[in-house]
Design a protein around this ligand. Structure first.
Ligand code: CA
Length: 235
């Protein structure tokens, strides 16, 4: 069955172009032009991915994403027009899986959609697998531990609320302890993007992680910034 995509974009020309290019890739595509209709269509369609513009009539993309996040597991790729929206887009408030800043090329959009759907498939396959308990199911760093079977992070015994991306990023750090990791490398391995992209996404997620796992997020000792463009996990 082809994967389904819901496009939410109020600008008719862009909506048409998006729909045309994604249909051409073989996806089942539905396109709507305002926030309220987007909610209705998403509930009916349960799409694998939603391409969601932020500035929309009726209800903006932030609100739509916030509501749908609670109701379904569709991946969300947001279209932003302004740089200052990015923190909200990738942050905890909205938690989009990816974003593109306008203007963007259709080639880039299709690459991001494919990469996101591939990740969703992988995640579903992993979730479907029976879990085999192993001797190494927990990684421990002082009072911080990561339970790989339950995908759960605890700090001093308390379970931390983690978004999937934050968990993946922390796990990636944990698996590369004491190594200097460039933003580009992290982006490629954790987000799986097909190109060397915008490293601000990494910075924003590191900031969120630090707020959760550092005693003092302003003076981090676990995830340290390395001069010259990267991070190192010290455990
Ligand atoms: Ca718009």
């Amino acid at each position: 069955m082809p994967e389904s995509i819901l496009i939410v974009e109020d600008e008719p020309a862009l909506q048409d172009t998006l729909a045309y290019n994604l249909k051409k890739e073989g996806y089942t595509v539905e396109a709507v032009g305002d926030g309220r209709t987007a909610l209705e269509s998403a509930r009916k369609l349960k799409p694998d991915l939603i391409v969601l513009d932020i500035m929309l009539p009726e209800m903006d993309g932030f609100e739509v994403a916030r509501i749908l996040r609670k109701e379904m597991t569709s991946a969300i790729l947001m279209l932003t027009a302004r740089d200052d929206e990015i923190d909200r887009v990738v942050g905890l408030e909205v938690g989009a899986d990816d974003y593109l800043t306008k203007p963007f090329s259709m080639r880039e959009l299709v690459a991001r959609v494919k990469s996101q759907l591939r990740r969703t498939r992988q995640l579903r396959e992993e979730l479907g697998k029976p879990t085999e308990p192993t001797a190494h199911e927990t990684l421990t760093f002082g009072d911080l531990s990561i339970n790989l079977t339950r995908r759960e992070v605890t700090l001093r015994g308390d379970v931390l609320a983690m978004k999937p991306k934050e968990y993946e990023l922390l796990l990636f750090f944990a698996e590369h302890k004491s190594q200097m990791l460039s933003r580009e490398f992290i982006l490629e391995r954790v987000w799986g993007w097909d190109y060397i992209g915008d490293s601000r996404t990494v910075d924003v997620h590191v900031r969120w992680l630090r707020q959760k796992i550092e005693s003092d997020a302003a003076n981090p000792v676990r995830i340290v910034t390395v001069r010259g463009g990267g991070y190192r996990f010290e455990g």
